[in-house]
Design a protein around this ligand. Structure first.
Ligand code: NAG
Ligand code: NAG
Length: 451
């Protein structure tokens, strides 16, 4: 009896394993078989580039001499420990002692790489076949090693000996322990004290550049770098940009890439002056919640919400902001809603999911162009074990069906005739890096959807 039971158990375990394995392999095959290619379109990316220095939170905390008593202080240790303990991602502007942190970080860093919304998105758009213009400061080193001459840096004077703005990327993993404090979620914290990016150097020539290049799409991002800056420092920049967007919005598409905002005044200013003039936006689950809670409750708060709640929020937000297009990417799904001014959603969604995998499984940026991702080891489907409920119709979408098809689309019955499509994502729970993942995903889908 016992033996039979064990055999049955072994068979059912094997069956379970095979069927789990099949789902992932099948999903990857579907993603890899996407033959749709983007049209060769001109895209202008602005404004930020930097050098990312990666460190492990525990090593940095130790080097800085932080202890759990620091939690009651107001210093750099308390900021890092707060994010570490609660597993919160954010971007902090640090003035005091930043140079010292940079020196320490350079010594203990695990790697150094090109970062910044505009630079990351430009590199990806180039790899996916776009005609790319980048208006951000770039070093000869990264330009020669990653971009080659096919990306135009505008103005040319932005191509320099080095990128001065450095971001410290502090990585922490669930279960990491520092001085008895336990990290609750894997996440990362950015520290920066940008000088060049803060002046939005590309803004001065933006209008002239648009008029001479005639791009099909302008992508703007990096505004989260202005978190905690005095209002007068960003007011002028944002108002100047607003005037340019108003003048150009009928001639090209404008995409705004969200960021981890933790400054209410800045976010309010962007909602009032920038959002009304953009066609498209992209964000992850943290950014979605921050933005939605801020718009509806005037509060910047985050909590864990499930996929169905995210689906509802993204559509409500999308309609509230009156956008043509939104791309939402989370740990479990990706979803795009757009109208007829944009190309088909499904190929964009599938390529973005694949690019997410490709990007996460390389420890550095490189200049290689990967069409496929073939290694199925460790890949998982991260969707929770429940059916999805589609807002606003409350239609129930069976999860097995969604995983089988890797895509589901429906129409929002609204004036602008939007269609939404969603797909479950494949993830590797042991990524080589998570930095810039959202930028790569967002840039890919934009390119695929440009008409
Ligand atoms: C630059 O990249 C393009 C596109 O990948 C490639 O065709 C070209 O050979 C590269 N040029 C150099 C100098 O590496
Ligand atoms: C496949 O991925 C796993 C971990 O994700 C790695 O250990 C292995 O070396 C990879 N195999 C190949 C052929 O790249």
């Amino acid at each position: 009896m016992k033996i039979i039971f064990q055999i049955l158990l072994a068979i059912s375990l094997a069956w379970f394993w095979v069927s789990v394995e099949d789902r992932v392999t099948r999903a990857l095959r579907i993603l890899n078989s996407n033959t749709d290619k983007p049209l060769k379109k001109k895209i202008l990316f602005a404004f930020s580039s930097d050098e990312d220095i990666q460190v492990q939170a525990i090593t940095l905390l130790r080097e800085l001499g932080c202890s759990k008593e620091d939690r009651n202080q107001k210093n750099i240790c308390s900021s890092i420990l707060f994010h570490f303990e609660n597993g919160l991602g954010s971007e902090l502007h640090v003035t005091e002692g930043f140079d010292n942190i940079v020196q320490i970080s350079k010594r203990i860093s695990t790697s150094k790489d090109l970062g910044g919304n505009a630079a990351q998105m430009a590199l990806r758009a180039f790899k996916e076949g776009g005609d790319v213009y980048l208006s951000a400061i770039m070093s000869n080193h990264y330009y020669e090693n990653l971009f080659n001459s096919s990306i135009s840096i505008i103005p040319q004077s932005f191509l320099r000996e080095e990128i001065r703005d450095v971001h410290i990327v502090i990585n922490f993993d669930e279960g990491d322990i520092y001085d008895t404090i336990i990290c609750q979620h894997t996440n990362r914290l950015y520290l920066q004290n940008d000088q060049d990016n803060m002046r939005f150097p590309g803004l001065e020539n933006l209008e002239a550049n648009i008029n001479s290049i005639h791009p099909d799409l302008l992508v703007i991002g990096g505004f989260q770098l202005m978190n905690q800056k005095p209002k007068k420092e960003y007011q002028e920049i944002i108002l100047k940009l607003e005037q340019i967007l108003i003048g150009q919005k009928n001639k090209l598409k404008i995409h705004f890439e969200m960021g981890a905002f933790n400054d209410e005044n800045l976010l309010l200013y962007l909602i009032e002056h920038i959002f009304p003039h953009v066609h498209s936006t992209g964000m992850n689950e943290q950014e979605l919640q921050l933005l939605y809670n801020f718009i509806t409750k005037k509060q910047l708060e985050q909590q864990q919400i499930n996929t169905n709640q995210q689906l509802e929020l993204i559509i409500k937000l999308f309609q509230e902001l009156n956008l043509e297009r939104v791309h939402f990417h989370s740990q479990t799904i990706q979803m795009i809603c757009s109208n007829q001014n944009w190309r088909e959603i499904k190929p964009a969604l599938h390529r973005s999911i694949l690019v997410g995998l490709i990007q996460a499984m390389k420890s550095y940026n490189d200049n290689q162009i990967d069409q496929k991702y073939l290694n199925v080891t460790h890949l998982q489907m991260a969707l929770e074990e429940e059916d999805l409920i589609l807002y606003p119709s409350n239609t129930v979408l069976n999860q097995d069906y969604l995983i089988e098809e890797m895509n589901f689309c429906w129409h929002l019955q609204d004036q602008l005739q939007h269609q939404c499509c969603l797909a479950p994502v494949l993830i590797n729970p042991h990524p080589m890096r998570t930095c810039g993942l959202g930028d790569n995903i967002g840039s890919t889908s934009l390119l695929y959807q440009l008409k």
